[in-house]
Design a binder for this molecule. Structure first.
Ligand code: AMP
Length: 271
């Protein structure tokens, strides 16, 4: 595994490689990230992983500072995963140039997490746009756990006619169903149990075809989840995964999207 800390040497190494499979991450590598890498390795022998905690996608500097970081452990895990390139840029490497493509922020960015984290998706698209310009990957591997992020990146690439192919990867979960996330490291066992209960409840809710009124389902689900001890639910919505609009009937192809807080940790999921 070759490690690059600046784009000049990275570009020199990869400029003639046509099949770079790119896996962007913010580090604290877990099995979710490793599943993306596994998928990327099927596509290409030139897998490039980045670790960069992007300050522009955090709403507060305290949240940015608190974000878990474990660089030496990550490097060891990535060596074991046998990837070809690891890119560890600093802020200057990413933000000191003017990208050719403009950020396209679709109106879907105003929904779900966009309502609660106003600058978040603009920050995500800014960094992804820059990474793509530096790396020019053939494909980029993104997790469906961050469905809204994945779709906003897809719409940005489409609008700018960027040919990088998106490969969507399924959500990897704990044994109790809770979606893996770097922030989970900060949760107590009791909180992970609650998250497992919420997952199970939502999974059953989706399979339940008896109550068909989605508004009623939404209200019932919110009060049930509060009973599990969750005081702060940002949203619980049923969204059609093709039109990206609120589902009106259970016959539509929808997912349940949720964001809630376990103590100081914000959790998102969709299923
Ligand atoms: P992050 O480091 O949290 O920015 O995530 C980097 C990439 O890993 C994103 O494309 C995420 O959607 C993806 N990812 C995060 N958690 C999971 C998970 N539990 N299963 C699959 N992919 C994930």
């Amino acid at each position: 595994m070759k490690i690059f800390k600046d784009k000049k040497t990275l570009i020199k190494e990869i400029f003639n490689k046509k099949n770079i499979a790119f896996v962007p991450t913010m580090g604290s590598i877990h099995q979710g990230h490793l599943s993306l890498i596994k998928r990327a390795k099927k596509e290409s022998k030139n897998v490039l992983v980045s670790i960069y905690v992007n300050p522009k996608q955090f709403n507060t500097s305290s949240d940015f500072k608190k974000y878990p970081r474990s660089e030496s452990k990550d490097i060891a895990l990535l060596r074991r995963a046998n990837i070809k390139y690891l890119y560890l840029p600093n802020n200057n490497d990413i933000y000191s140039f003017r990208p050719k493509s403009r950020i396209y922020l679709d109106k879907f960015s105003k929904k779900l997490c966009g309502k609660f984290r106003p600058k978040h998706f603009k920050g995500v698209l800014n960094v992804i746009n820059r990474f793509i310009e530096i790396i020019k990957p053939h494909s980029i591997f993104l997790g469906l756990k961050d469905f809204q992020q994945l779709n906003l990146i897809r719409l940005h690439l489409l609008k700018n006619k960027i040919t990088t192919k998106i490969i969507s990867c399924p959500t990897i979960r704990e044994r109790n169903g809770f979606a893996l996330s770097s922030r989970n490291k900060k949760l107590k066992n009791k909180q992970i149990k609650v998250a497992g209960k919420i997952y199970k409840y939502l999974k059953n809710l989706k399979q339940n075809v008896i109550s068909t009124n989605l508004k009623e389902r939404q209200l019932n689900a919110i009060s049930k989840i509060s009973l599990f001890g969750v005081k702060n639910i940002d949203y619980l919505e049923f969204i059609n995964i093709k039109t990206l609009k609120p589902a009106k009937s259970i016959r539509e192809n929808y997912n349940i999207f949720i964001a809630y807080h376990l103590g100081k940790i914000r959790v998102i999921d969709n299923l």
